[in-house]
Design a protein around this ligand. Structure first.
Ligand SMILES: *Cc1c(COP(=O)(O)O)cnc(C)c1O
Length: 433
């Protein structure tokens, strides 16, 4: 009988995250203070982030970092997530490739984002923080943090990009059900928001702007810390639980991936699925291709420049050495809100620069076409973001069909699209560009 689904016993759920920084030959460049251009230390981040995440951010020496027991316990409520052999998709494509996906959509909030939200909320609580603030685009990160803060008894304030607040009302409702306070961004509640609205009263918002607002709130409010759902090194670290599980599950399947694919917003789900496998590329010279699938409308990896830039629109964050389209870049209003970010994480950026990974740009229509094909073949409606990974996977699987190669392709299904059906409606009605 064909085995389709691979699950780990609870004892095999990782006890440590993998910190790729320790193994990288060229270390990621340090964050810089924008006014002095001095490298930042963990302590410099304490006013904004919880202290443990600040330390993890700059840790370039410990390859393995213990997952706190309180966090691992919460992981066991939904992990391991299934590794699935996509027989249905293989058949639909007529490809000799073996396609696997790691299904992060089974988390309580429907995406991989909870893996880091739980860790960040826990560290905040442990440090005595009372309020956590953040930004969210499509709402997945906001939903994850709203739930994680609720579990650990903290208050949560979320700035949601205005276009998504209006286009995706159900994600806002989800956050509100978990008890979070949700504000559309740009708002008049911060200086950053007011400044932008003064120049452009109809501005529909961006992640960069929402970050500025949340950071400002964290700096102005006692007992309040900021939490970020992507881009940062500590977020990539927490997400490696995905790839560490996948590594064991691929072993159960008796295979090792030739190609690993994930969609790319700031890089957290890509890092999560890739880094544990890339470890073998760095340390043992294993030949695996790692492909980041980004939207044509926000092509930081293929068209951006590697340089120091701000992480947010207003320029409140430290300077980050990354592939960026410039912090003033305003991406088109695609439905994959989670991919509308101008930059890439500094670890991924260095790995890209050093040739460990590649990137492809996927057009919005192609992403939905791929998502619908996947849904029919596998019965899961993917998040608009995840559709980009599926489109890139299909491209590689069709190349295998031409050459007859039986490559093993693993992609990360970062989330489901059940709260994004208005986007599918528009696609089916031919109303998308
Ligand atoms: C946020 C999000 C993304 C993009 O963020 P990354 O940090 O690049 O992973 C992709 N997929 C889903 C479902 C998301 O919620």
């Amino acid at each position: 009988m064909k085995q389709k689904r691979f699950i780990l016993p609870e004892s095999e759920i990782p006890t440590r995250w993998y910190n790729i920084q320790a193994d990288m030959l060229n270390k990621p460049l340090p964050m810089l203070n924008p006014s002095t251009r001095e490298p930042l230390k963990a302590e410099d981040l304490f006013p904004i982030f919880n202290e443990e995440c600040a330390r993890q951010e700059v840790n370039q020496t410990d390859a393995w970092i213990d997952i706190p027991e309180e966090v691992r316990e919460k992981y066991t409520y939904y992990r391991s997530t299934p590794l699935v052999r996509a027989y249905g998709l293989e058949e639909a494509l007529g490809t000799p490739a073996h396609i696997y996906f790691k299904n992060e959509s089974v988390s309580p909030v429907g995406s991989h984002k909870l893996n880091s939200a739980l860790a960040q909320a826990y560290y905040c609580k442990k440090q005595g923080v009372k309020n956590v603030t953040t930004e969210t685009g499509a709402g997945q990160w906001g939903a994850a943090l709203s739930y994680a803060t609720k579990i650990f008894g903290l208050e949560c304030a979320v700035y949601q990009v205005k276009i998504s607040y209006e286009q995706k009302p159900y994600r806002r409702s989800i956050m509100q059900v978990f008890g979070a306070q949700v504000t559309p961004s740009p708002s008049m509640s911060t200086r950053a928001g007011k400044d932008i609205l003064t120049i452009n009263p109809n501005y529909q918002g961006s992640l960069g702007t929402a970050i500025s607002e949340a950071v400002e709130l964290a700096m102005m409010t006692p007992d309040c810390k900021y939490a970020l759902g992507s881009v940062m090194n500590h977020v990539a670290l927490h997400q490696t639980v995905i790839g560490l599980e996948a590594e064991k599950q691929m072993e159960m399947a008796g295979e090792y991936p030739d190609i690993v694919i994930a969609c790319f917003g700031g890089g957290s789900n890509f890092s999560g699925i890739s880094f544990p496998f890339m470890r073998h590329t760095i340390l043992e010279g294993k030949k695996t291709r790692f492909i980041a699938a980004e939207p044509v409308s926000c092509p930081k990896l293929t068209k951006g420049k590697f340089e120091y830039d701000f992480g947010d629109e207003a320029g409140y964050t430290p300077l980050l050495a990354m592939f960026t389209l410039g912090h003033k870049f305003q991406p088109a209003l695609i439905h994959a809100g989670g991919l509308r970010y101008h930059g890439a994480g500094v670890i991924v950026s260095q790995l890209m620069k050093d040739g460990y990974m590649e990137a492809v740009d996927i057009a919005q229509l192609d992403s939905f076409k791929a998502g619908c094909l996947f849904a029919k073949a596998e019965g899961i409606i993917p998040a608009p973001e995840s559709c980009h990974a599926i489109a890139a996977t299909i491209d590689e699987a069709l190349k295998c069909k031409e050459t007859g190669e039986e490559k093993v392709i693993l992609f990360n299904l970062s989330g489901h699209g059940l709260v994004d059906m208005s986007a599918y409606d528009q696609y089916l009605a031919g109303a998308l560009v």
